[in-house]
Design a protein around this ligand. Structure first.
Ligand code: AMP
Length: 403
């Protein structure tokens, strides 16, 4: 079975084509700067080569057409026609309380996705656009929506409710939803395989530390709590997002700066976090280099990030009632031994001990804990596309053939 996975953002479409029977990625790439001057298209076929094109991509329709063109024609074609694609798995950021698992898309589902878009106005609309375009261009294939929020729908109400008047939950569904669910689910299942244990028997905290960062308490393979909330602004300090702050700061700054809360929220989303503290970059590679050269605020940003991640890990332990392993993933979690080491330095009291040499691992699966560490520490590169492909396959196998 061949499955195309699409991740449609407002100005980009990332894709990966999987051959599920052979567990292989046939091609991957990205259409970028859609609807802007200077749009680019990149296509990569493992062991065969790359294609880079500067082509006009006025909209998502043209972007998906370019993807289909590269997959089916030219020197780097990997399939003879779209007829070989049996299902398309779409990353959809917000499924609200409607979806606890992936779903085959029909008219009714699209309506609900639009409704959920009220909670993710920047993300759901391009996701929906990608589905609509594929319904036209790859019409014979099953379209499946896989949600960032779905994995966290197993959180109990005492974890997902906010301590504000209950009527806001009833009227507007204001509650914690959580994000990065596909990544947390993937690394949790891979961690169980690496540890040689049944996932049902494991209590883990998965740490997705990238531009956006979140933690998840995974008990027996199910999310019990997570650090992001109604929106991806909550929880940990991030590249440009503030994470948890005193909510009164929003009103205070709006008054002091003479701006509305919308402007303050923009600053909290785009100019805060590691960028706001360091004043130089949101990228931890830049920050680590600067900190080594003695840049005090870069060092402060890294230490704050690490301390808050450690606090977040500790705060999730009651959701689990114990802890077998912590799992590091995403850009920083996979690639920064320094940040892992700083986080774990705060966690010795919890029985987390790293092995200095093993912790040098970058971008590869590794058990980086010291021998005898009561809590194991693992590094597992995330693979959200693979997880989306797997979930799409499961749905495609259940749904009668529509092609
Ligand atoms: P992601 O959102 O998962 O793609 O993560 C992107 C972020 O990972 C970048 O902005 C960097 O902050 C961080 N990152 C990537 N590679 C490294 C590295 N080798 N060392 C430290 N941080 C890294």
């Amino acid at each position: 079975m061949k499955i195309l996975v699409l991740n449609c953002g407002s100005s980009s479409v990332k894709y990966k084509l999987f051959d599920m029977d052979r567990d292989r990625v046939l091609a991957r790439g990205m259409a970028d700067r859609i609807g802007m001057p200077g749009s680019v298209f990149f296509h990569h076929v493992p062991d065969r080569g790359d294609l880079s094109l500067d082509i006009p991509l006025p909209d998502h329709y043209e972007a998906v057409k370019a993807i289909i063109g590269a997959l089916t024609g030219g020197d780097l074609a990997v399939i003879a026609g779209t007829g070989e694609i049996q299902a398309v798995g779409h990353r959809v950021v917000h499924g609200g309380e409607y979806f606890q698992s992936p779903v085959a898309v029909d008219g009714g589902v699209l309506e609900i996705l639009k409704e959920c878009g009220k909670l993710a106005p920047l993300h759901n609309p391009p996701n929906i656009m990608g589905i609509r375009v594929c319904q036209k261009l790859i019409f014979h294939a099953l379209q499946v929506a896989v949600f960032d929020t779905a994995f966290h729908q197993t959180m109990p109400d005492h974890a997902y409710m906010y301590a504000i008047p209950y009527e806001y939950y009833e009227k507007y569904r204001v509650r914690k939803y959580g994000f990065h669910g596909t990544s947390h689910k993937y690394v949790a299942s891979r961690a169980a395989e690496l540890l040689g244990r049944r996932i049902e028997d494991l209590k883990m905290i998965t740490c997705h530390l990238g531009n956006g960062s979140s933690l998840c308490a995974v008990d027996g393979g199910k999310s019990k709590d997570t650090t992001m909330g109604l929106t991806p602004l909550a929880g940990l300090m991030m590249g440009t997002r503030c994470g948890d702050i005193d909510p009164a700061i929003v009103g205070f700054l709006a008054e002091k700066e003479g701006s509305g809360p919308g402007r303050v929220l923009e600053v909290l989303n785009k100019k805060s976090g590691a960028l706001g503290i360091s004043g130089i970059s949101s990228d931890f590679r830049d920050l680590e280099e600067a900190a080594l050269k003695g840049h005090a605020r870069a060092n402060l940003a890294i230490e704050m990030f690490s301390y808050r991640a450690a606090m977040g890990i500790c705060s999730l332990v009651p959701a689990l009632g114990g802890l077998d392993a912590i799992v590091f993933t995403a850009g920083i979690g996979e690639n920064s031994p320094g940040v892992r080491s700083r986080i774990c330095s705060y966690l010795a009291c919890m029985g987390v001990f790293l092995d200095g040499e093993k912790n040098a691992a970058k971008g590869v699966e590794a058990d980086v804990s010291a021998p005898g560490s009561p809590v194991r520490a693992l590094v597992i590169p995330t693979d959200e596309e693979k997880m989306i492909a797997r979930e799409t396959k499961t749905i495609a196998e259940k749904v009668p053939r529509v092609y």
